[in-house]
Design a protein around this ligand. Sequence first.
Ligand SMILES: NC(=O)c1ccc[n+]([C@@H]2O[C@H](COP(=O)([O-])OP(=O)(O)OC[C@H]3O[C@@H](n4cnc5c(N)ncnc54)[C@H](OP(=O)(O)O)[C@@H]3O)[C@@H](O)[C@H]2O)c1
Length: 259
Amino acid sequence: MRKKFFLISGGSSGIGLAIVNDLNKQGHQVVSISRSQGKIDRALNEMPHLAGKVDFYKADISSQAEVQTIYDQLNNKYGVLHGLVNNAGVLTKGTLETISVDDWRFTLDVNLTGPYMLTKALLPLLRNASGASVINISSVAGLKPGTSVAYSVSKAGLDMLTRFLAGDLGPYNIRVNSVNPGLVRTNIHLDNKVVEDNDAYEAMLEKARPRYPLGRIGSPGDISGMVQYLLSEEASWITGSIITVDGGVMVENDLIPPK
Ligand SMILES: NC(=O)c1ccc[n+]([C@@H]2O[C@H](COP(=O)([O-])OP(=O)(O)OC[C@H]3O[C@@H](n4cnc5c(N)ncnc54)[C@H](OP(=O)(O)O)[C@@H]3O)[C@@H](O)[C@H]2O)c1
């Protein structure tokens, strides 16, 4: 199999780390970008086999200057990118009345402007691959209002970015798709202080579980499986799709009693 080059934003934790690990297992060269050394250390502690194999770069996807530096580094080192997974994201709490304007801007900057800037900056490298795949990790909260207005709006915007770019970049044979997970067990709620502690997190998962027809909360591997497929040549005629990977939570309605 031909070795390929992939960039995964937010590859130091949760869903991104599972994607990084699965691509590394297949022998591909993977670069992750994320902000904090602490999460990179936590990832390497959990998966020590990735040390020296995966490039864990430190950069903030909401900074135009840092995104430009990532482009320069990848251009100098590889000159081509076969796949970009816009996975990095943040979660903030709040409804219209309770969210601050700062939190609104922060959420939109990371979850929506970040993927836009990264895809735009890396376009020359994606074009060089003659058949690249871009995947935006969105959410079911972008399809149906969730509990955070900024988060839902950022993910709905991301889905439109997917559809717009699919039309825009199709002529370069670049495919663009969204993967929209339901609730997945990761560090996102605790790291973003959306729940107070581990007990509150477990209680939240337990409360949500009955709404999932398949009877369980997702694992990062569930999402990575779809991402691996969309990155592969088997998916070469799929673009502009918004694909839920959600244990069936989107079919839940008032007529189906929770189990
Ligand atoms: N877990 C769920 O239930 C769920 C459900 C639906 C959708 N999703 C989506 O799935 C994606 C991954 O979530 P996850 O649950 O795996 O979260 P996670 O465990 O918190 O991981 C998020 C990753 O993104 C990085 N990141 C955050 N802000 C960044 C920034 N400004 N620049 C660069 N990297 C940044 C984090 O590292 P640093 O903080 O060190 O930068 C970390 O590596 C997100 O887009 C999330 O919205 C998750």
